[in-house]
Design a protein around this ligand. Structure first.
Ligand code: HEM
Length: 504
């Protein structure tokens, strides 16, 4: 089977590969930068070998469109890596295929529509308010009160925001914004897991090595299990406390008539109808929490880096936002403590009345800034690998079924074929709606990210509040730049940084 794949793919250009290991030795560390180097050498379609797995890397919008949209059906399956399937048994959304996947996707798509997500802005604003308190504390740290410097890098706290949004959306709970405790360990575990899950492990691609390396690296499997334990406990608790209407005595009809109140209940309903397994429920919740918190968290962090490194842009945004949203929020948030995670009470407040996101037309420069952040710092630089399920021809090259396909979002966004001066951070390029370049941070085609709608609200509300209330700058000198070279992982990791915060 592999001989056939290699025979068909051999006409596609690409670097020389080594016996047994293929190009794996080159794919260590900053994988996306190596993939970009090869893109510059071989163009928008090239072939590499992940051990014995023939792989084709596709870049640039027209090539990706030809594959993932014009030939969408045969490009939609996930390539299964043993290290991942050993954890999730192919029962979760991100790793399943075929009918089972379609069922899961439909269940989640129904719950994550633009309309439904817009109604969740209240939840997001609550989290942004709590996060602002943390920034307030930093700003008051210096003796003059004119501005303070964070004592520690702020990366984990910002990731706590995106994790809390997902936890409150799914389970109606969130963690406090402080360090030295259980939640910081959780963030570190998620970050480590997401970094390592993007790396190509030799045991996934060299069958002869599998028996020796199958449970390595140990940390990767331990991290997965520790997050799974937490999500399983929260899900079990939720069922006991909230889904009382459905129990062992319920008939199929009762279950079918049950109206789920959120994403979690929709998944549990499908489990009770025996359409998906309990592991499928937990695995898909983990997808949402892991994918939802790490990608969004890193993008929020990169947006802060962009504000600090481009103070003129920060001032322009401050002026635009202050003019657009003059009103002040009053926040009255009550929490009850439960095992370290707080239950969110549903007191209504002025938070409920205001929707920044629906009014984003008032802030065209901020909307353009967010697009530029997504382009310049693509949070999922190489997307999630796909599997080609039928032979096909793309850009005149024949590709065999069984080939692993990589969506190269990183080069697509940062190559001169995409836009002029691609290495300049320049939001203005998105101001002309007739001429705006097409970005694909969420992937392309049938497997495109289901979290896009919620992400857009999360980053918009986050930036409106942060920019309106605080001036952010480099902790040492206003003229210095923060390091913005992302570290490779399934999501591009923003380097750790401290920050100076002044209240506006
Ligand atoms: C900056 C924010 C985000 C970026 C850049 C991003 C990017 C991506 C990309 C590139 C993919 C793969 C698409 C493909 O294979 O064609 C993906 C898949 C996925 N994302 Fe996101 N994502 C983000 C936020 C989120 C959020 C907030 C959630 C959850 C609410 C989420 C959940 C998922 C899931 C579950 C998948 C797997 C979908 C599947 O296999 O069908 N993502 N995302």
């Amino acid at each position: 089977k592999e001989d056939r794949i290699h025979r068909i793919n051999k006409n596609i250009p690409g670097p020389k590969s080594k016996f047994l290991f293929g190009n794996l030795f080159d794919l260590k560390g900053q994988v996306h930068e190596k993939i970009n180097e090869w893109y510059e050498q071989y163009g928008s379609i090239y072939r590499i070998e992940f051990g014995s797995v023939s792989t084709v890397v596709l870049s640039e919008y027209s090539t990706l469109k030809e594959a993932f949209i014009d030939n969408g059906e045969i490009f939609q399956s996930r390539f299964q890596r043993k290290s991942r399937t050993a954890c999730n048994k192919e029962l979760n959304l991100a790793n399943s295929n075929g009918e089972y996947f379609n069922h899961l996707k439909k269940t989640l798509a129904n719950e994550m529509t633009n309309q439904k997500m817009k109604k969740k802005e209240k939840i997001i604003k609550r989290q942004v308010f709590l996060l602002s308190e943390f920034f307030n504390e930093i700003s008051q740290q210096s003796p003059t009160n004119s501005g303070g410097i964070s004592k520690e890098p702020i990366n984990n706290i910002i990731k706590m925001y995106s994790l809390n949004v997902m936890l409150s959306l799914l389970f109606n709970i969130h963690f406090p914004y402080n360090s030295n405790s259980y939640q910081e360990e959780l963030i570190i575990t998620i970050t480590r897991y997401f970094k390592s899950t993007g790396l190509p492990y030799p045991s996934d691609f060299i069958p002869t090595l599998y028996p020796f390396l199958k449970n390595k690296p140990k940390e990767y499997f331990e991290d997965y299990e520790s997050v799974k334990k937490l999500i399983t406990k929260i899900t079990n608790d939720y069922q006991i406390n909230h889904m009382l209407e459905i129990n062992e005595n319920s008939t199929i009809e009762d279950i079918e008539n049950y109206q789920p109140k959120n994403i979690l209940e929709s998944l549990l309903k499908q489990y009770k109808l025996k359409n998906i397994s309990y592991d499928g429920v937990i695995g898909s919740l983990m997808d949402l929490i892991l994918a939802g918190s790490d990608t969004t968290g890193n993008t929020c962090l990169f947006s802060i880096v962009a504000l600090v490194n481009n103070s003129n842009i920060q001032e322009k945004l401050f002026n635009e936002i202050s003019n657009a949203f003059k009103d002040e929020d009053e926040n009255d948030i009550d929490n009850e403590n439960l095992n370290g995670a707080n239950i969110i009470t549903n007191n209504s407040s002025s938070l409920d009345n205001l929707s920044y996101f629906s009014d984003r037309i008032k802030t065209p420069y901020l909307v353009a800034f967010i697009k530029e952040v997504k382009r310049y710092y693509p949070s999922a630089p190489l997307s999630v690998p796909h599997l080609l399920t039928e032979d096909c021809e793309i850009q005149g090259y024949k590709i065999s079924k069984g080939t692993q396909i990589i969506q190269n979002i990183y080069s697509t966004h940062l190559s001169p074929s995409f836009c002029s001066n691609p290495l300049e951070f320049y939001p203005e390029r998105f101001l002309d709606s007739n001429n705006e370049p097409k970005i694909i941070p969420f992937g392309i085609g049938q497997r495109k990210c289901p979290g896009e709608n919620i992400f857009e609200i999360e980053i918009y509300v986050f930036l409106v509040n942060l920019i309106k209330k605080f001036k952010l700058s480099h902790p040492i000198n206003d003229n210095y730049q923060l390091n913005d070279r992302g570290q490779f992982g399934l999501s591009l990791q923003c380097p750790q940084f401290n920050i100076k915060v002044e209240s506006r």
